[in-house]
Write a protein that binds this ligand. Sequence first.
Ligand SMILES: Nc1ncnc2c1ncn2[C@@H]1O[C@H](COP(=O)(O)OP(=O)(O)OP(=O)(O)O)[C@@H](O)[C@H]1O
Ligand SMILES: [Mg+2]
Length: 348
Amino acid sequence: MTASQRRETANETVIWTEGLTKVYPRSSVPAVDGLDLAVGRGELFGLLGPNGAGKTTTVGMLTTRVVPTGGRALIGGIDIVARSTLVKQLIAVVTQQNTLDRSLTVRENLYFHGLLFGMTSRRARDAADELLARFRLSGHADDPVFVLSGGMAQRLMVARAILHRPAVLFLDEPTAGLDPQSRLALWEVLAELVAERQTILLTTHNMEEADRLCDRVAIIDHGRILALDTPAALKRGVEADAQVTVQLAGAGPEPAAGAGPGTASGPSAAADGPGDALAELLARTVPGVVRTRVADGRVELQVNGGDRLLPRVLEAAESGGFDVADLSVAETTLETVFIRLTGKELRD
Ligand SMILES: Nc1ncnc2c1ncn2[C@@H]1O[C@H](COP(=O)(O)OP(=O)(O)OP(=O)(O)O)[C@@H](O)[C@H]1O
Ligand SMILES: [Mg+2]
């Protein structure tokens, strides 16, 4: 171990990677491409990126399931490749698949996991009951796991993962596919774990999840980190505090064929389409517009400061002869940050 690595681990760096890379066989492009990370004890760290960004591959390497083709990684100062068996004992992972044992009850899923990790029968039973209460699953303790909703099953998997008190908990898209209520319930549970200084690395393509839960977020795409900071600092970097979205009438993603009279006149005659013409007009006339983006018949304005924002935008658009169907304003989000970095949207 080098001096700098010793310093990192002394500062309670729990996850450390340097140039971590994975090129899958028969693939020419790396799935993960030179990842440098340092996650501290008690941190909830997020990897935020779209489908195929390399999130699962990163978790796979850090949990010893996927063998890196380049770089290094340490968990609790221990090399994930050279000492993978030891690393496995330090970590827990909840993957994108349901891995509960369907032949067992809810409580038994926890109890037998405890025995597997060397707990006495008494300890395993106590730990199981404590976690069931904590994860709001006590009412289903004796039910078979297949009666659980998706959200409950996910909570049970997290409960099972932390039963043996891992140094790091890895969660790969923990709330993907959950309804909003189950997602909130899981967020509450995760916030409690963080309050107890459980180190967590989670992946997500949900910007709200990253924003609300994570202490720091790495935005990744094509296996590379594009930005890494606290959610607040990432959003500050956009230099706009609000996003205004203007939807033009009759200018959706799939414009209706044979549009009625009137739509062919006026601004729609502009060379680049009405969206571009409106964006250009608003950038020129509305104070505080930092940048504009036109997508699917919408014009998005990133705006810094500025009072009476919506009336001003509406007045400017209408005075230019544009037919505004809808107008909304929202705070800058991590989605805005992602679009700024990649030019594309994070959503599927
Ligand atoms: N076993 C594999 N063999 C070959 N290529 C793979 C394998 N697993 C993943 N890939 C490729 O590696 C890249 C990263 O995939 P990965 O699953 O890590 O992304 P992800 O960010 O988890 O995406 P998702 O949001 O869809 O879960 C993708 O291009 C994917 O097609
Ligand atoms: Mg994945």
